[in-house]
Design a protein around this ligand. Structure first.
Ligand code: NAD
Ligand code: DAU
Length: 349
């Protein structure tokens, strides 16, 4: 099988590629990535020389380019992860999110249809989406696959729109699609603009830890390796046209997670207890900040037998170890344009 994986140089995509290359050595994997600020080929240095792996640099917003690429390689399947993924950036620049996340997804659907029409047997278009499409929960309840869409940020609105297009291509043209909506991922190789790697980086540099609002927003955290395992399971065994929620039953209020991270970091860095917590700084809240996400992943467990493989404490400790052992990676990705981003995003907050 020849699979096109988009966004494979990013955080989750690089884990998915590594997982598929290790688990399915008979498959050929082509990684298509634009290499935005979030895409980094160093994330794949351990697998890039495998004979069944290929990298193509390109933009999914370029429909002509995609038609040519699909015509050339005649992919059997697509696992689509490429997207602009950071909520704060979407508040600054919403249009970029429409171009990559909405137009880019439609272009991929059109290109897949161009080579599969009339012979969809054994083909699959897997769209990787987010729980943020469901909006925000109050203090109780969970998102199920039938929760109505109610996105609040430009990012989640763009992902919701892309999900609708994927379903529309199934219903209108019979494209063999499948969608998963996952909760917050954490793990190695995540760009340090997202909460956990940003705070690990700031703690090691003894920089302030900017907590939005009162720190009471709740997220449901899943180890990225377990997301990769879930994608494999759904890709191979999920039912065509279905949606599967993926989550770790692992809700944390931001401030509780931050305090746990501070304790782990103090211990790993040999600093006195309380040193990292003293860096906490309360800053202006994110506009339209969703209060709580919680995923009901019982369909995935019941129908396909998937469950997370690690506890949060285990996964977080492994994650901290990876960043501390790979400080050169952190230094590399936070050089250059990152400094301008950081100044702009957090100045005056
Ligand atoms: P990321 O920002 O780390 O990586 C995105 C990748 O997509 C980068 O390599 C980037 O270069 C590439 N890309 C962006 N625009 C592109 C374009 N126009 N053409 C080609 N490549 C492009 O993102 P991530 O956190 O790894 O998320 C991957 C996917 O998973 C996204 O679709 C995201 O919505 C979804 N998701 C993320 C999370 C999470 O917690 N991070 C949770 C659920 C779902
Ligand atoms: O739920 C899945 C989503 O999780 C994915 O679809 C997104 O791509 C991914 O970025 C993530 O979105 P969040 O907005 O939840 O993640 P982020 O790491 O940006 O923020 C997590 C929480 O921490 C959120 O409540 C905002 C808060 N936060 C974040 C940053 C960057 C802070 O308090 N301070 C910060 O500096």
């Amino acid at each position: 099988m020849h699979i096109l994986i988009t966004g494979g140089a990013g955080f989750i995509g690089s884990h998915v590629i590594r997982h598929f290359l290790n688990s399915w050595p008979d498959y050929t994997i082509t990684n298509l990535d634009k290499l935005t600020y979030a895409g980094n080929l160093a994330n794949l240095s351990d697998v890039e020389s495998l004979p069944n792996y290929r990298f193509v640099k390109g933009d999914i917003a370029d429909g002509r380019f995609l038609l040519d690429l699909f015509g050339k390689y005649r992919f059997d399947a697509v696992i689509h992860l490429a997207a602009e993924s950071h909520v704060d950036r979407s508040i600054e620049n919403p249009s970029e999110f429409v171009v990559s996340n909405v137009l880019g997804t439609v272009n991929l659907l059109v290109a897949a249809r161009s080579i599969w029409e009339g012979s969809c047997e054994g083909k699959r278009f897997y769209h990787v989406s987010t729980d943020e499409v469901y909006g925000s929960l109050g203090s109780d309840g969970m998102f199920s696959e039938s929760t109505p869409y109610d996105p609040h940020s430009p990012y989640s609105a763009s992902k919701a729109s892309s999900d609708h297009f994927v379903r529309a291509f199934h219903d209108t043209y019979g494209l063999p699609v499948i969608i998963s909506n996952c909760s917050n991922n954490y793990g190695s190789h995540q760009f340090p603009e997202k909460l956990i790697p940003l705070f690990i980086n700031n703690i090691r540099l003894r920089k302030p830890l900017p907590v939005y609002g009162k720190g009471l927003n709740v997220r449901d955290w899943l180890w990225v390796v377990d997301h990769g395992r879930a994608i494999d399971c759904i890709f191979h065994h999920g039912a065509e046209g279905e949606t599967y929620n993926i989550g770790g039953h692992n809700e944390w209020a931001n401030i509780d997670l931050i305090r746990l991270l501070c304790r782990i970091m103090d211990s790993k860095l040999g600093r006195e207890a309380g040193t990292s917590e003293a860096l906490i700084t309360w800053v202006t809240d994110r506009a339209g900040h969703d209060l709580r996400y919680a995923i009901d992943a019982s369909k995935l467990q019941r129908d396909l037998g998937w469950v997370p493989s690690v506890t949060f404490e285990e996964g977080l400790e492994q994650t901290v170890d990876w960043y501390l052992e790979n400080q050169a990676w952190l230094d590399q990705v936070t050089s250059g344009q990152y400094q301008d981003y950081y100044e702009k995003m957090y100045a005056g907050r």
